[in-house]
Design a binder for this molecule. Structure first.
Ligand code: ATP
Ligand code: DP6
Length: 364
């Protein structure tokens, strides 16, 4: 915490988390209580993160929010709700107003979980600034009322968000548990999604008949997935994760009017991953994908297969721009992909992010 005259300030850095079993549906909109448990991996802070600085001083006359250095005309209802809850819990009632400055290293609102890293960093920074009691559970509560999925970014490693009791999150395995696991994020399209997750999940609840069927499958999937993670069984892990992603998008399609987040490139990548997995003579899965509310896949892979998969991506998604950095990390291994009968999609990728599981947020 920095203290300049009577101005106190705290900065927190947090990363997005990627849901392995998706959260979709709220039984209480105001408190953001989910319909189902969900499970995620928190990303390493290295590539994708939100940095949020919160400050307070006696001279402030209102709450202010700067996003990427630009002052916003007003705070969102969610942000205001978080600040009001903090003031309610704070012992020091001299502290009246807060200035928030936040920046993401990646595009917001495009299905890359920006609201998760944003609200987790905000919640942790506020908890520290106001010296709130029970800091971990308080930060989780504040993050959750900002954006449901943010409750999982408060912790590192593999995280479960419970839909029962206090509806808080907990780390089920720390970052060290499965160090060879890597994430390759393919950014096909970073534009703003057509329907926000908040609106879409409400619409699903009101109209989808598949939604209830999905809910009845989630707990069983979570238990099986936890067991697969425990013994690092990638085959089972991959199948459960890909099937939950597809089920979530099927539910979005069953929503009326339908919500379609996947695009042509997403469908191509799905076919590519299955074709690539089939090339293994032992039928061992090498890659798994999942998509949040957007067209950009998060691919899970063990380190030993990462180079081959990257060369596959270079083959199927070549870039015509010599100066671009999309493939700059890609090794020059030439794989033989002649058995994969899929079209080549030139210039499909805006960016590739290579990352791994992270240890959670930090105060900086
Ligand atoms: N650094 C930030 N500080 C405050 N609010 C932010 C920040 N980054 C993103 N947001 C807000 O988060 C919301 C975007 O969340 P939304 O859930 O729609 O998209 P997403 O998080 O990118 O995707 P998803 O969670 O579906 O994977 C927007 O309201 C945006 O203004
Ligand atoms: C598809 C998801 O990414 C949906 C995330 O939804 P949000 O957490 O962004 O929604 P709100 O709680 O309304 O803010 C799945 C997931 O992260 O579990």
């Amino acid at each position: 915490m920095s203290d300049n005259s009577d101005c106190l300030s705290v900065t927190c850095q947090a990363s997005p988390n990627i849901a392995l079993i998706k959260y979709w549906g709220k039984r209480n909109e105001e408190l953001i209580l989910p319909d189902n448990d969900s499970l995620s991996i928190t990303l390493d802070l290295g590539e994708l993160h939100s940095d949020t600085t919160v400050s307070t001083s006696s001279s402030m006359t209102c709450d202010t929010f700067y996003f990427d250095g630009i002052q916003q005309t007003k705070l969102s209802k969610r942000m205001q709700k978080v600040l009001d809850e903090v003031r309610r819990r704070a012992k020091n009632d001299q502290i009246k107003f807060v200035e928030i400055r936040s920046h993401n290293t990646f595009p917001a609102s495009s299905g890359l979980a920006s609201s998760a890293s944003a609200y987790a960093s905000l919640a942790i920074a506020l908890t520290k600034l106001f010296n709130l009691e029970n800091p971990q559970s308080t930060a989780a509560y504040l993050a959750r009322i900002g954006s449901g999925s943010a409750v999982r970014s408060v912790y590192g490693g593999f995280v479960r968000w419970s839909s029962e009791g206090e509806c808080l999150s907990s780390c089920i395995y720390p970052v060290e548990h499965w160090p060879e696991l890597r994430l390759i994020i393919l950014i096909f399209n970073s534009s703003k999604k057509p329907v926000s997750s908040t609106d879409a999940m409400q619409r699903t609840r009101e109209t989808s008949t598949l939604f209830q069927a999905r809910l009845s499958t989630v707990n069983d999937k979570i238990e099986k997935l936890i067991q697969a993670i425990k013994i690092k069984d990638f085959n089972t892990f991959a199948k459960i994760v890909m099937m939950d992603s597809s089920q979530f998008h099927a539910v979005c399609m069953d929503t009326y009017p339908p919500v379609i987040y996947l695009n042509e490139q997403s469908k191509h990548l799905i076919d590519l991953v299955h074709a690539f997995n089939k090339t293994d003579e032992n039928e061992t899965m090498k890659v798994a994908y999942t998509f949040d509310a957007g067209p950009n896949p998060f691919c899970f892979i063990r380190e030993e297969h990462a180079d081959e998969f990257l060369s596959l991506l270079k083959h199927f998604y070549p870039s015509n721009n010599d100066n671009d950095n999309v493939h700059k990390q890609v090794s020059n291994i030439d794989g033989n992909f002649s058995s994969i009968n899929l079209p080549i999609m030139a210039n499909a990728l805006e960016r590739i992010v290579l990352t791994k599981i992270g240890s959670g947020p930090k105060i900086i």
